[in-house]
Design a protein around this ligand. Structure first.
Ligand SMILES: Cc1cc2nc3c(=O)[nH]c(=O)nc-3n(C[C@H](O)[C@H](O)[C@H](O)COP(=O)(O)OP(=O)(O)OC[C@H]3O[C@@H](n4cnc5c(N)ncnc54)[C@H](O)[C@@H]3O)c2cc1C
Length: 398
């Protein structure tokens, strides 16, 4: 079987390499994230002016944000998973800034492209992909997690504004976000899925209060967000006042479906590192260890293929549907297996995550703890299994 890339793709690789050689020097690449940034939720993301200038150029050349039209600062290329993979590989080798990761670029931007007004697209997309506008997602509420449609935060139209009251919880990055995309109840009388709107709220508005929550990892990325008579212009509503549930599902499809490839690339890098450490320490000679490493490598290849399937669908104009749940389930459970295995291999030292004795400054321990969250956020594993059973396999509801 010939697994080499065709001449067209090898030519693209050479072009990308030449672009990087010209625009991203060894000095630029020498940047190292601070130790605390290394553990940040979405990984270290460079958003200083030099990185922003580089991203702007790379987008203009069509290397970044290929799904975003040029008039909103994107690369505007027809989807091509192989081209995207080659570009990402070369950027990684050159330690050049790739796309800004986060709920804004990965979830809100495709949603605005699909459902937003021209004014919303112009106002938000470019700043979001370049990292100058940070977003958080306001879906969950106390008592409305898996049963999201039961949410109670209200938005009442008064003249040209909505007045928002209620509370959100588990809001990732709530304390650093400039804006929130959130679900609000716009019609109290309608059936629960039908009375929901999708609203963009400026986090600096009077009446917004953010309270961080401390997690098992010690971090405080999650927050409670309280709204008391917050005034939001009607122009910040995406879609019609009761289209929120449909739009929310678009966002969730992107959240669940498109994370496979970026996750696979992070996991791949960590698995390489882990395998090298195990070889060095001699533990890699144990056939049971080798077998588990091989199984993880196989599972990662499956994850990558599932991700490519979603991208291939996007290429044909299909938004990620229920099959995104398969990816979400597989990815989050694989993440737990990978980092649980890594920490197990460290023996007693695996239990330490600070104070100079931790392996790799606590990287593995932190990742293992963090992996517990993967089977909860964006819909728990139980909820994904329900979706797969009903909507993919067509099994009866009861
Ligand atoms: C790391 C992380 C980041 C998050 N970030 C955000 C964010 O940015 N914005 C946001 O809005 N939310 C966020 N969340 C919240 C997340 O979406 C909810 O935690 C999730 O939807 C589950 O809701 P819940 O916590 O209320 O649990 P519950 O819905 O109360 O579920 C409790 C348990 O019951 C099970 N269960 C519930 N219903 C069913 C069912 N029908 N069938 C079988 N089992 C069921 C669940 O699987 C779970 O095990 C985040 C959560 C985490 C962990």
């Amino acid at each position: 079987m010939d697994l080499s890339f065709s001449a067209e793709y090898e030519e693209l690789r050479r072009e990308v390499q030449a672009f990087l050689a010209e625009n991203w020097t060894a000095e630029d690449a020498a940047w190292e994230p601070a130790a605390d940034e290394r553990n940040a939720l979405s990984g270290p993301i460079r958003t200083d002016p030099r990185a922003t200038e580089f991203r702007r150029k790379a987008s203009a050349r069509g290397y970044l944000y290929r799904h975003v039209p040029k008039r909103y600062g994107g690369g505007e290329q027809s989807p091509d998973p192989l081209a995207g993979t080659i570009i990402a590989e070369e950027f990684r080798k050159a330690k050049a800034p790739h796309e800004v990761i986060g709920q804004g670029p990965s979830m809100l931007v495709p949603t605005l492209i699909e459902h937003g007004t021209e004014e919303q697209k112009k106002k938000f997309i470019e700043g979001t992909i370049l990292g100058s506008i940070k977003w958080c997602q306001g879906y969950s509420e106390p008592g409305s997690g898996s049963d999201l449609a039961s949410l109670r935060t209200t938005a009442v139209l008064r003249g040209d504004d909505y007045v928002v009251n209620g509370q959100k919880v588990w809001t990732t990055d709530g304390k650093v976000a400039d804006w929130m995309f959130c679900l609000v109840r716009t019609d109290q009388q309608a059936p629960k899925h039908k009375g929901i709107g999708f609203l963009l709220v400026d986090m600096k508005s009077p009446g917004v209060e953010v309270r961080p929550l401390r997690q098992i990892t010690g971090g405080t990325e999650f927050c409670e967000v309280f709204f008391t008579d917050v005034v939001v212009p009607r122009a910040n509503l995406v879609g019609s006042p009761t289209q929120g549930w449909l739009i929310a599902n678009t966002v969730l499809g992107y959240e669940r479906g498109t994370q496979a490839l970026s996750a696979a690339s992070t996991f791949d890098g960590d698995l390489d590192r882990l395998a090298a450490d195990l070889r060095r320490s001699g533990r890699g000679d144990d056939p049971r260890v080798r077998q588990q490493l091989a199984q993880l490598r196989i599972d990662l290849s499956i994850l990558r293929l599932l991700g490519l399937r979603v991208l291939a669908g996007l290429r044909e104009g299909r938004a990620p549907g229920s099959e995104a749940s398969m990816i979400k389930l597989f990815k989050s459970e694989l993440e737990q297996r990978l980092y649980g295995f890594a920490v197990d291999q460290q023996g007693p030292r695996g239990a330490v995550w600070g104070g100079g004795h931790a392996v790799d400054e606590g990287h593995w321990h932190w990742r293992m703890l963090w992996s517990r969250a993967g089977t909860i956020y964006a819909g728990t594993s139980e909820v994904q299994r329900n979706i797969i059973a009903q909507r993919v396999l067509g099994l009866p509801r009861d």
